[in-house]
Structure formats: C-alpha cells, structure tokens
Write a protein that binds this ligand. Structure first.
Ligand code: ATP
Ligand code: MG
Length: 242
C-alpha cells in the first residue's frame, strides 16, 4: 500500500508527562477513507494521542505521520490535513463565532471571500446562523459542540479527528452529528473518533482500536472484533481484564 493510502501512521509512540508514562509504544495505522473508533476508559491516552497527532503535545519517541508527513518536522503540512474537534472548548473569547470560523479558515490559507462563504454555509448547516454575531460564551453547550465541528471542517480537511463529539449532546443533536459524519465518510473523509458511547462506535465505525493504560490492547475490523458480541461486552472484557 502506498504511503498516501495510509492517513495516520503511528509507530512505537511513547509519551511521558514528567515521569508518568501516558503512551507506551503505541503503534497503529488508519487507512484513507476509514471510520476509525479509538476507544478506551478515562485516562487511557486517547486525547494524548490526538494531541501528538495534531502537534499540541511533544513526545519522547516514535514516528507519527499524517499521509506520510511527519507531525513534528512537517508540522504545517500534516496539521493542514486534519480538522480537529477537541474534547474541550478552546475558543478565542473576543471573537464572534462567525469571525472565529473565518479567521480559522484564513489561518489555513483560504482566501477571505471563500472563508466567508464556508463560514456562512457551515453555520447554516449546523443551525447556528442566527447566532453568527454572538461570542461563543453566549452559546449553549450543544451549540458550542456544533461550533467545534464547524471549526474542524472549515478548511475542508482530509481527516476529521473528533474527541468525544457528542458528549453532552441531546438526542436530536446526536443524530444530526451521526448523520453528518456518516455522510462525510461516504464522501471520502477519513474519520478518527473517540467516544464513550459504544452505540456510537458500533453504529458508525468500520475499524476499532482499543487503548488501555497507554497501550493498544485490540485493533481490527469492527465485524471481526464483534463477531457475535456487543461492543460493550468486548470493551468491558478487554479493559476489565488488563
Ligand atoms: N498535561 C498533562 N500533565 C500530566 N498528565 C497528563 C496531562 N494530560 C494527560 N495526562 C495524564 O495522561 C493520562 C492520559 O490522559 P488522556 O487525557 O490522554 O486520557 P483519555 O483517554 O483522553 O481520557 P478521557 O476518556 O477521560 O478523556 C492520564 O493519566 C492523565 O492524567
Ligand atoms: Mg480524552
């Protein structure tokens, strides 16, 4: 398989926070066009892995690439390929949500007229158009989640990384997000999702990776992993016995 068919490649990744080892020789690949669920209990190392992938965290050893580009030495090239929907809200408090999206697009080199067009289209798509002149503080938590998605999508990235995108969302919003992600994946986007909702992973994903205490404990095709069990049972079996 050519490099470009592998969206994410992580080899022997180890990460320490001072003396605490958060990731221990993590290795796995995500293929172009995959819908990958990255599962694990609280504190397993999911967000840390995402932070390394998106250049937010350093790491002590390993080789981490996005479509063949090293996330450290080719930071700008690799980062541009990723849309990140982070676990925490981290918006500039002084900007309106419209400005926030336009600036994010311009940061990735999109010309102003196109940035404005995309910002308006995404705000419309995620039912935030009537809030476009508000600061993010004035949004409800579910609206902020939608704004995170808009920001992740504004530069039309190849890979979408979503760190618990539906945590705290009501049912209607959850279904809206699920439909949208399924559609994006159908259109060819590679999706990397972390979630604690097993139903979400089971419904949407093609491939599943499970991490526990900084180590990959299972990885493979969803159908192979599930066989005749529910994902919840598989998850509890693996993470409970570690
Ligand atoms: N900035 C930090 N400094 C020190 N330790 C950290 C830091 N960030 C994360 N950790 C530790 O690294 C481990 C992995 O954390 P991480 O946030 O990656 O977990 P997670 O799998 O995303 O969990 P959750 O499901 O709760 O979001 C945890 O033990 C956490 O306490
Ligand atoms: Mg996390």
């Amino acid at each position: 398989m050519r490099n470009s068919d592998i969206a994410i490649s992580i080899k022997h990744l180890s990460k320490f926070y001072k003396t605490f080892q958060a990731l221990d020789k993590v290795s796995f690949e995500v293929k172009r066009g995959d819908f990958f669920a990255f599962l694990g209990p609280n504190g397993a190392g999911k967000t840390t892995t995402i932070n390394v992938l998106t250049g937010l965290s350093n790491y002590q050893s390993g080789d981490v690439r996005v479509f063949g580009h090293d996330v450290t030495s080719e930071y700008l090239r690799s980062r541009r390929l990723i849309g990140l929907c982070a676990q925490e809200f981290n918006f500039d408090p002084f900007l309106t949500i419209y400005q926030l999206l336009v600036y994010q697009a311009e940061y990735f080199g999109i010309p102003p007229w196109e940035a404005k067009r995309r910002a308006n289209a995404l705000l419309e798509r995620f039912q935030l158009a009537d809030k476009r002149q508000c600061k993010h503080r004035a949004l409800s938590s579910g609206m902020k989640k939608r704004l995170l998605l808009c920001r992740a999508l504004i530069h039309d990235p190849e890979i979408l990384i979503l760190d618990e995108p539906t945590a705290g969302c009501d049912l209607e919003l959850k279904f809206l997000i699920w439909d949208y992600l399924a559609q994006l994946n159908k259109e060819g986007k590679t999706i990397f999702l972390t979630t604690h909702y097993m139903e979400e992973a089971e419904r949407l994903c093609k491939t599943i990776g499970i991490i526990n205490r900084g180590r990959i404990v299972r990885i493979g095709d969803k159908k192979q992993i599930l066989q005749d069990k529910s994902l919840e049972d598989v998850f509890l079996e693996i993470t409970g016995s570690e």
